[in-house]
Design a protein around this ligand. Sequence first.
Ligand code: COA
Length: 377
Amino acid sequence: MSMTTADKHKTAGLAGVVAGQTAISTVGKEGVGLTYRGYAIEDLAREASFEEVAHLLIHEDLPTQHQAGEYQCRLMGLRDLPDALREMLGWIPASAHAMDVLRTGCSALGCLEPEHRQADQEKIADRLLAALPSMLLDWHLTHEREARVNLRTTQPSLAGHFLQLLHGKPPADRERQAMNVSLILYAEHEFNASTFAARIAASTLSDFYSAVTAAIGTLRGRLHGGANEAALDLIRCFADPDEAEAGIREALDWKVKIMGFGHRVYREFDPRSRVLEPWVESLADTPERRRLYEIARRIVDVMWREKEIFPNVDFYSALLYHFLGIPQALFTPLFVLARISGWSAHILEQRGDNRLIRPDAEYIGPEPRPYVRLEDR
Ligand code: COA
């Protein structure tokens, strides 16, 4: 039976289609809310470290105090990269897209430390969690400083480690905490496009690295992870809130999509952006930052007034990362460094009860017709 236009519209982009079961997170139940294995995102962001959350996702429970310390030590011990990988990253030009660097680095690690048996899958998840930040910063800093850099710090958290390597000095507590919160908010989000890509690859019984590589490639797009970079461009192109208001109204008249707004699942607001906004405000402590923050607030007001569309996590994370002195090109890769925890959890879950993911398509091409030989065409 063929689909009607109304059916087609309903299922376009698989919107509203339940494509499988998960015990990892809930997104937008009743239109609002986000939970990781039953814990509200607001509680995790207020109380937990990103490493605790990664443990919750990958190893299925919050660690005890003892396990938390051990887990952080284990991850610190997994940060070093093989020399061959560092050399290879050195060959990638500074002009490359940072997401391509991570995609390539992940794939290369899969050649150097392949998955021989499925029993190692949790070790590979932890290895990627610790090694992806090293890949990104090795490539970025080597080009920036035109020399090989020392990738070791004594910072136990990814948030502190990343900021210290990037800026060459330990971050202030507030900055480390803000970074930690953003990583928690980006860690997991049910059947979003990149996670679904990872699950599809895993469902073919492919290896762990291939599934993550597929996910990184999928997250790269502007409708998904790439939105945070585009959101900063938008905020920065206005001189003040009034100019922003006029510019956004005009863009909406032209039916331009405003990056960092809207969501496929949430209907009323994105809970992640509500958690992030106060952190952005607290870091807006210079006149220039305040100006950008006021512009952002006005864009949020206009979007709600004109279209009832709310900011998603990418809108405020763009400003947060900018205020933390992170180069714009690293915004989407940071999303990877956090989301690897959620992707890994989903790959493990898919493998735990696997069936090949292979939907049907409705054929809308030509009727059956006879083949005409080349010389007769
Ligand atoms: N700016 C302006 N209008 C938007 C919008 C945005 N960011 N997001 C949605 N809309 C409008 C659409 O134009 C459409 O209006 P219409 O019915 O009059 O045509 C309606 O809202 C539904 O949008 P649609 O694109 O069909 O929703 P979707 O569920 O397919 O897309 C997103 C969801 C996230 C891809 C979409 O909101 C978007 O492109 N946002 C910008 C990119 C972004 O921030 N991505 C990160 C997501 S976390």
